[in-house]
Design a binder for this molecule. Sequence first.
Ligand SMILES: [Fe+2]
Ligand SMILES: [Fe+2]
Length: 198
Amino acid sequence: MGRACPNENENENERTTGMSPLFTQWQPLVEEVHARWTNQGSQLHGPDHWKRVAWTGAELLEESRDADPEVVFLFALFHDAMRLNDDYDPDHGRRAGVFARRLHGTLYTLREAQLDLLVRACDGHADGRLSRNPTVAVCWDADRLNLWRVGVRPKAEFLSTPAGARESRILAARALQERALVWEEVAARFARLADGIK
Ligand SMILES: [Fe+2]
Ligand SMILES: [Fe+2]
């Protein structure tokens, strides 16, 4: 842990421009993921966590302008949805990537390069690596900053973005654990981001 994987170095992002339909038409997708979530009832890895990962991702996106908001939002939604339990489940990220591909084209649509990034971010998020790809880096940091919920203080050396590794950001993620979020406000924040409005 702590070294960037060579495969994560490329900056092949094509950042979304303009308003994405995802952030106004997210409800059927979110409902489907909630319905097919394999660890129903989990407090640690369920929807409250997904929303906080998305919110943290949005905060990182404010400073990581090369990262893709659509991919970050979808990563937050999918990344833990295929967990089988709250304990050791090393392949849950790869199952999430398969799940994300399965719903693509019906409940959401990305460009091929975006879908590849989403699947890559899901696949490797629990493998303990860093990434220099701006989008994957924001995804993984957004998840790791929420380690506070299991009583673990996120370590700066395990965070991929300068914004994520900043002490004030790490502490803000602790405060976020007390906040109840709803998907409406999460999606609205991403809509503003994707539209270039902070
Ligand atoms: Fe996970
Ligand atoms: Fe997670």
